[in-house]
Write a protein that binds this ligand. Structure first.
Ligand code: ATP
Ligand code: MG
Length: 399
């Protein structure tokens, strides 16, 4: 058994000693069977959150209404979820109320895909009523129970199928795929926040190109924010070997391929409810990319963009030109390292200096002069030293 599970065995034992059942479940069991790194160990139990709080002294309520609490055990946080059913679904969304139950089997039955519905006890014994291990062996994504019914209950599961397709490169089972096509419109009811989580996981997956294509093929794209007109665009991504790009770089690639104008990009990203910070970064990168596809970098822009933006812009450009993603990165890094200054604050002249040297009160002229000095330093027309800058600025003022 993997170390992450080993470490949590005493936690399972403690729950069992109190008279309840406890198992490893979900993504961690699936990933372990796939011999993949496991991030978090998820635990399912017959004990209710209240009962767990009596067993463990250190707990945090994270989603108690869904039956999940975090137990801090030997300094490690574990998500422990009470067995539950989701009997009532309203408007194809997750139920507002969950029912706690004492049966593992019923808990596994409410899970989305057979590969995610496997439990493992502390001895490494599997409880796999839906043949999840077989699905993993056959590399197939298949709903637990009737696909159409399961998508009626919670339409996000369709999106999850495609994101697992991206992450795992499994095939989506034919019946499940057909049900996605016939139920795709139900995705309309799902909140943007939940769609975003799955979409970004999809963008990070190794099979992302096919997954984006699948969004187009299954019609799911129609019910994603700002995507109604993007059928062609999503298919076009297939031309680009983009699997090494980060999620933020993928957003930029999408906006570029969708031919989104600068003034439209904010609205596009807002519909996806991306954070202000992320929106700003993506829009900035898009601007640099548009510049870069037609021009080479010049000192001023290297300075303005900064190292992170330069390398991201270059990586996306390389993908668009079907070149190795790292092409030119070293050359540009060297060019950047040679810039005499990397930040405006490094310029050895300030607004106060200017007022003193020119005997003038503050005004827009200060910004102009500082920018001129900055440019001159970047192009090595003048040394970034206070005396040299003073001499240069006064001389320029005469001309
Ligand atoms: P990841 O490695 O990305 O975290 P995961 O399988 O752990 O993948 P989570 O979103 O963390 O996915 O969910 C944990 C488990 O909860 C899943 O494995 C699945 O059993 C169940 N689950 C999550 N979302 C749903 C859903 N919408 N419907 C049914 N079961 C779900
Ligand atoms: Mg998980």
């Amino acid at each position: 058994m993997k170390e992450a599970f080993q470490k949590a065995i005493p936690l399972l034992s403690k729950i069992e000693e109190a008279g309840y059942e406890a198992y490893f479940v979900g993504g961690s069991v699936r990933d372990c069977l796939l011999h993949k790194e496991i991030a978090d160990v998820d635990i399912a139990t017959s004990a209710t959150p209240e009962e767990l709080k009596e067993i463990f002294s250190r707990t945090v309520d994270v989603g108690i209404e869904h039956g999940t609490i975090v137990v801090l055990f030997n300094g490690v946080p574990y998500e422990v979820t009470t067995f539950r059913t989701e009997s009532e679904y309203i408007d194809f969304r997750r139920p507002t109320e969950v029912q706690f139950i004492r049966s593992l089997n019923e808990d596994l039955k409410r899970r989305d895909f057979t590969m995610n519905a496997i439990a493992m006890d502390k001895h490494g014994q599997f409880f796999d009523p839906f043949q999840g291990r077989e699905a993993i062996k056959e590399r197939v994504i298949k709903t637990v129970g009737n696909a159409e019914d399961r998508f009626q209950e919670d339409a996000l599961r369709m999106m999850r199928a495609v994101r697992f397709y991206s992450q795992l490169d499994f095939k989506i089972d034919d019946t499940t795929r057909k049900a996605i096509i016939s139920s795709s419109h139900l995705l309309d009811k799902i909140s943007v926040e939940r769609k975003l989580v799955e979409f970004e996981k999809l963008l990070a997956g190794k099979n992302r190109i096919n997954a984006l294509y699948a969004l187009a093929e299954t019609e799911l794209y129609r019910y994603l924010p700002a995507m109604k007109q993007r059928n062609e665009g999503l298919r076009k991504i297939g031309q680009y070997d983009c699997f090494q790009l980060t999620v933020d770089e993928m957003w930029v690639l999408l906006l570029f391929i969708f031919e989104i104008e600068d003034h439209e990009s904010e609205g596009f990203l807002k519909l996806w409810k991306l954070s202000v910070k992320k929106t700003k970064k993506i829009r900035q990168l898009l601007k640099w990319l548009k510049y870069r596809v037609d021009n080479d970098w010049i000192e001023e822009y290297l300075f303005e963009a900064g190292e992170g933006y330069i390398s991201s812009t270059e990586r996306i450009k390389n993908v668009l030109h079907n070149q190795s993603v790292d092409l030119n990165l070293n050359r540009l890094k060297a060019q950047y390292d040679l810039l005499p200054i990397k930040q405006r604050s490094e310029l050895q002249v300030s607004g106060t200096d200017l007022q003193e040297w020119f005997h003038k009160s503050p005004g827009p002229w200060i910004k102009e002069k500082l920018e001129a000095a900055e440019k001159a330093v970047l192009y090595k027309q003048v040394n970034n030293r206070r005396d040299s800058l003073k001499e240069w600025l006064l001389k320029c003022n005469l001309n």
